[in-house]
Design a protein around this ligand. Structure first.
Ligand SMILES: Cc1cc2nc3c(=O)[nH]c(=O)nc-3n(C[C@H](O)[C@H](O)[C@H](O)COP(=O)(O)O)c2cc1C
Length: 362
């Protein structure tokens, strides 16, 4: 039986425990040019008792931004500002990976500078609306990336990964989940291409694999993680054919395994069997953000480390609301309750003011 509080080697270093802070967009990068703020440094430095912190989604390029006030890693000012975050985390002994999130068709021209508009594998609009400074607006039909633009986009991920290391991050997580650009390439309803970047499973996984390979070449494979969410319908993804999902993700994981990446991070759907199969195809460290719908990942999921289902568990909402989550898990609670109203945007409230266990009256 594995102890969730035992050390584990990831990315060539020992992590203090197997409890991961899941990536969470908080939309508080109010600085000019989508730069991180001092408040963000405080937020992350409060959560350094995680074995590993994965940051909120960070756009690797201006066009990759899909939500208001999300931070980037594509300008010198952003690199300098992230340095304050990574220094604060390292001062307290934390380990922090930057999640590179290109949102693809999820976004809106009004969120983008210089007349840019969202891009995707195919000109297929997502059904639904995106939150903008003007309120919720319908998704637009994205511009189809041509082959040259695909290569440039892969280069943007590699450049952003280099920037992440220059900013002091310990590594990078490539966001291949939740209906954003890489997932749009994986899913048959958003990828209608016939040119070798789409079609069968081998064609649809190619973009994600080439992004991972380019990032690994830029900063080292051990410093590169990858997040997947097989079958997740979020952002109008339709991966509805179970056999195709298994084939696509087995192909993807097998190809990623050849790259010797630092870890694989899986957002689980209702199918635990698929988790077990994909984990069996993955030789390295495995992080599971388990399926607990409709509740957020809770303390009981540490059993998945103990019974060997996964090496590490990623907690989202519970870590958002409990800066000292590992200590609370060790003490078997109590836990602060996440306040949804302050998840995205706003100030320090619901961000850096959740109390620690030690703040509780004796
Ligand atoms: C406020 C919020 C923002 C999120 N932003 C991201 C993100 O930027 N990137 C990502 O991969 N997942 C994101 N997620 C999904 C979480 O990483 C996680 O998969 C999800 O919350 C389920 O885990 P939980 O039940 O432990 O919260 C976000 C979740 C929340 C609650």
């Amino acid at each position: 039986m594995t102890n969730p509080f035992a050390k584990i080697d990831v990315a060539g270093r020992p992590l203090a425990n197997r409890i991961v802070m899941a990536p969470m967009t908080r939309s508080r990068a109010y600085g000019p040019g989508a730069t991180p703020t001092d408040l963000m440094a405080t937020y992350y430095s409060q959560r350094t008792s995680a074995g590993l912190i994965v940051t909120e989604g960070i756009q690797p390029s201006a066009v990759g931004q899909g939500y208001p006030d999300t931070p980037g890693l594509h300008s010198p000012e952003q690199v300098a500002a992230w340095r304050k975050v990574t220094d604060a985390v390292h001062r307290d002994g934390g380990v922090i990976f930057a999640q590179l999130m290109h949102t693809g068709r999820i976004g809106h021209p009004s969120l983008l500078p210089d007349g840019l508009s969202p891009v995707a594998p195919s000109p297929v609009a997502a059904k639904g609306q995106v939150f903008t400074h003007q309120g919720p607006l319908d998704f637009v039909t994205p511009r189809e990336l041509d082959a040259a633009a695909i290569i440039r986009t892969i280069g943007d991920f590699a450049d952003a990964a280099r920037n992440a290391i220059a900013a002091g991050f310990d590594g990078v997580e490539v966001h291949g989940a939740n209906g954003y650009l890489i997932h749009q390439f994986l899913a048959p309803n958003s990828n209608r291409r016939t040119d070798g970047w789409g079609g069968d499973a081998a064609g649809r996984v190619r973009f994600g694999v080439e992004v991972a390979a380019a990032v690994a070449a830029a900063i080292g494979a051990h410093r590169t993680g990858f997040r997947i969410s097989p079958g997740n319908p979020f952002n109008d993804i339709a991966e509805t054919d179970a056999a195709d999902v298994e084939n696509t993700y087995t192909t993807l994981v097998t190809r990623l395994a050849e790259l010797n990446l630092g870890y694989l991070h899986m957002v689980e759907g209702a199918d635990r069997t698929l988790t077990t199969r994909l984990r069996a195809a993955w030789p390295g460290p495995f992080i599971l953000n388990p399926f607990t719908y409709p509740e957020p990942t809770g303390p009981e999921t540490l059993a998945l480390i103990e019974d060997g289902t996964t090496d590490m568990v990623a907690f989202g909402a519970l870590f958002l609301a409990n800066p000292d989550l590992p200590a609370r898990l060790a003490a078997q609670g109590p836990y602060n309750t996440p306040d949804r109203a302050t998840f995205y945007g706003g100030d320090h409230r619901g961000y850096t003011d959740y109390p620690y266990l030690s703040d509780a009256p004796a």
